[in-house]
Structure formats: C-alpha cells, structure tokens
Design a protein around this ligand. Structure first.
Ligand code: HAM
Length: 429
C-alpha cells in the first residue's frame, strides 16, 4: 500500500519538531500569563456525552460535532469547546471551592468545520475562566489575561484589537426597537452577521426572524452606522435599562485602563458571539489589519452552570485558538527561531576514550545541560559535522594527549574560540 493511502485526515495537523516547538512556545506563554494572574490549570476528557452540547452551545457548534454512538450505546461527542465541560466539572465540585474560582486549560478541540484559512477540524484553545464573581472587575480581568497572553508573544495594540460589547446593552436596544424577549436570540444571530451581509439582507432577516416591522429593523440597523458608545448614549441613554448597561460598561473600560490595557480595546456593538450561553459583556480579539478570523472570543455566561445542573454561579471567560494566533505571529514575523540546538556535543578521538565521553555527558546532563555525541565511532570531521547539524553551542573534544592530563578542549561554535578545561571540574564559565 502506498504511503499516500494513509494521508492525514483533512483539517488535522501533524506536529513535527519545528511545529511542535512553536506550539510549545505559544503554550508556555499562555501558561506563564495564566499563572501570573493566579489561575490554576485543569483538564477534562476529550469525549463527553452528546447531550452536554445540545442546546447549551447553540446550533452552530452542534452542527459541527464529531459525534457517534459508542459500543455501550451511549451518544457521545468529541469536545468542540471546553466551556460545557468546565460547567460540568464545577457542577460536581464548586460548592467545596473558595470563590472566585480561577481555572485555565489548553484542550484540543474538534469541530467538523468547512476547512478555510484559520479554521481546521481540530485546534488547541487556551481557556481562561473566572467562576463565582458577577462584577465587571472579573470581566476586565479575563480580557486582561487574554491581552497579556498576546503581549507575552510580542503583540501590541497596533497588532491586535479587542472588540467588546455587552449583550445586556444590545438586548436593551433591541427591546426599545420592538424585539420581543423570545426573539432576542434570533436578532443576535442577525447582528452577528451584520458586517458580512448587505443591509437589505439584514433588514429582511430582522423582519422575518426577529419579528420587527420596517421601522424597528431600520432603527436597529442605524445603530451600526455610527456604533460608538457616545452615539448610543446620546440616542438611547435616557432609557433606564440602557443607562444601567452603559454605566457598567464605563466601569469595565475604566478597569482595563487601570490595568494599562485600554489602548487595545474598541467598543463594537456588532460583537454578539455565536454561542448561545452568553449573558453579558462579550468580546473578540482580531488582528488589527482585519485579515484573519478571530484569535480569541469570550464573555460572561451567568446561567450555564445552572443549566448543566450545578450551583447557580456567575461566570466569565474566553477561548484563544492556536491556529489563527500562530498564523498571525508568522505573518508579523514574531515567531522565535526554533531550529534544533543542544548545549554540548562531545567529540571523541579514539574508541579508548568513549567511556570518558559517556562520563562527561552524564555529568553535564546531571547539571541540566543538553548533550549529544555520535552514537557510533566516526572520523573527527564527521563528528564536527554532526555537532553542527545538532546546533551544538559548544563542542568538547576528548583527545588522547589532553585526556592524559585530565583535560579537554572546548570550542565555542559561534565564535570559534577554544579553551582548555579540566575534566574533573568541567568548568567553562
Ligand atoms: P469560540 O469563539 O467558539 O469560543 O472559539 C474561540 C477561539 O477558538 C476562536 O476565536 C478561534 O480562534 C478558535 N477556534 C474556534 N474554532 C476553531 C477552528 N475550527 N479552527 C481553528 N480555531 C478555532 C469558544 O469556544 C468558547 N467556549 C470560549 C469561552 C470560554 N467562552 C467562555 N469561556
């Protein structure tokens, strides 16, 4: 059978060492930042009961599930997102935990999506959530984690923009335009696509799906012509529900300013998020040039824990995907050099010295340094070639004359500088 008969499934990735090194680079930045904010790491199973996603996540994700019946006749699905698992896990244990709960995870997720740039059928997603705190300080804190995660990877406000909104504010505006409560979700779905569809199409959908008359539909669409906070305040600020949402939003923005991250943030009423469970402030982070899909999305979901049968707890969090993020870092040339490297390569002249080479390697490795050497005897020139292809920073040459004096020559491969070191101490610095 030809090897092409075993081609990788579409939308899935291999991670040979160079790709794996980049993945590790991103993951390590995510972990450092989450810990800096006092978050603890958790995980759950990649396979869950299908029911966990039906209704909780919303139609879009349910249509993309990798689901099947297992051998025990259970309806199961590969996890397409982490939030329902988090809600389930906390449902069993939140009562015993001090609040707020600050947890993060980096799961691999699976969605049967139509493959396109930035969208695959598996991705890794940094999930950061605060559970048990209803105030806007928690909303600001999670966005701060996301933005600091991006800063940690070398991205600034000229590279990425956080677009933030509040479903409560949008709901208040929708109601004042005549949308009934049970049509709000349908209206959100139209707003979610308002940037990608013509005004005519959005208008038609607001009338057909959200039950608005022509005047109501136009009132909503006018909001997106001048969608700044000031415009909303001016036109609708006298309505109590809107005013309340605006006050909350001002505090949110002021907290982000206080955390030194205000320069990343834009108010944007078109951000509603595709998932069904969001209830408050929502946000997405995009590349500033607007060329890629969202790097990150999240928001407040105060009802989800209760919906999966747990303690009713307010919650807020986000998911940041590795696919778009790595593409962006590559486009902006912010990925590190991940070519292979070792601290030492031991070159042995003469098989008699091999036992001493093994001893040197062992002692350097015990110090935490990485060491390689040729696994069979080779000419010196070939060993130096191998040292180069391993990316060795230093080569230690074990030759009979020096070894007789308990010494070896160490060459710095970048400068070519050589010095003699004692084999007893192996002291080079
Ligand atoms: P989401 O918007 O579905 O949110 O996904 C978050 C991010 O994951 C996206 O912005 C994108 O970068 C990445 N992503 C999603 N699907 C794919 C895909 N098929 N291929 C590549 N990357 C993808 C959630 O999943 C929420 N559960 C996040 C959350 C956590 N909300 C609260 N806590």
């Amino acid at each position: 059978m030809a090897s092409s008969d075993f081609a990788r499934l579409p939308g899935f990735r291999d991670f040979p060492p160079e790709e794996m090194a980049l993945r590790t680079h991103v993951f390590e930045a995510w972990r450092r930042v989450a810990r800096r904010y006092g978050f603890q790491e958790y995980d759950g199973p990649p396979l869950e009961a299908l029911e966990l996603y039906v209704e909780k996540s919303g139609e879009e994700i349910v249509g993309q599930l990798y689901n099947f019946t297992d051998k025990g006749h259970r309806e199961v699905a590969l996890r397409p997102e982490m939030t329902p698992s988090l809600a389930r896990i906390l449902g069993e244990r939140s009562r015993a935990l001090p609040k707020p709960i600050r947890w993060f995870s980096t799961p691999q997720l699976f969605r049967y999506e139509r493959q396109q740039r930035g969208r695959l059928r598996e991705h890794f997603q940094w999930n950061v959530d605060i559970v048990g705190e209803a105030g806007v300080a928690a909303d600001a804190e999670v966005l701060a984690v996301a933005l600091d995660g991006l800063r940690e990877l070398g991205l600034g406000p000229d590279d990425v923009r956080a677009r933030v909104s509040d479903r409560r504010l949008l709901a208040a505006l929708m109601r004042s335009a005549g949308v009934a409560d049970d049509r709000l979700t349908a209206a959100y779905a139209v707003v979610d696509k308002v940037e990608r569809e013509t005004r005519e199409r959005s208008r038609g959908r607001l009338m057909a799906e959200a039950g608005l008359d022509a005047t109501g539909a136009d009132a909503i669409l006018d909001l997106f012509d001048a969608p700044g906070l000031d415009a909303v305040r001016e036109r609708f600020g006298d309505r109590e529900e809107v005013a309340e949402a605006l006050t909350r939003f001002d505090e949110y923005l002021a907290t982000l300013e206080g955390l030194g991250l205000g320069s990343f943030v834009d108010f944007d009423l078109t951000i509603v998020r595709g998932l069904a469970y969001y209830t408050g402030i929502v946000f997405e982070v995009f590349d500033a040039r607007g060329e890629l899909r969202a790097v990150c999305g999240g928001g407040r979901y105060d009802r989800l824990l209760e919906l999966v049968g747990g303690e009713p707890l307010p919650a807020v969090g986000f998911g940041m995907g590795d696919v778009v993020l790595t593409e962006l870092l590559r486009d902006l040339d912010r990925l590190p050099d991940v070519s292979r490297s070792v601290d030492w390569f031991v070159v042995v002249i003469g098989d008699d010295l091999r036992p001493r080479a093994l001893d040197v390697a062992r002692r350097l490795r015990d110090r935490g340094e990485s060491v390689a050497y040729s696994l069979r005897s080779h000419a010196v020139r070939k060993q130096f070639k191998a040292a180069e292809s391993e990316g060795a920073r230093r080569v230690l040459v074990l030759a009979p004359d020096e070894a007789a004096r308990d010494e070896a020559v160490v060459r710095d491969m970048a400068t070519g500088e050589e010095r003699t070191v004692s084999l007893a101490s192996l002291d080079v610095d």
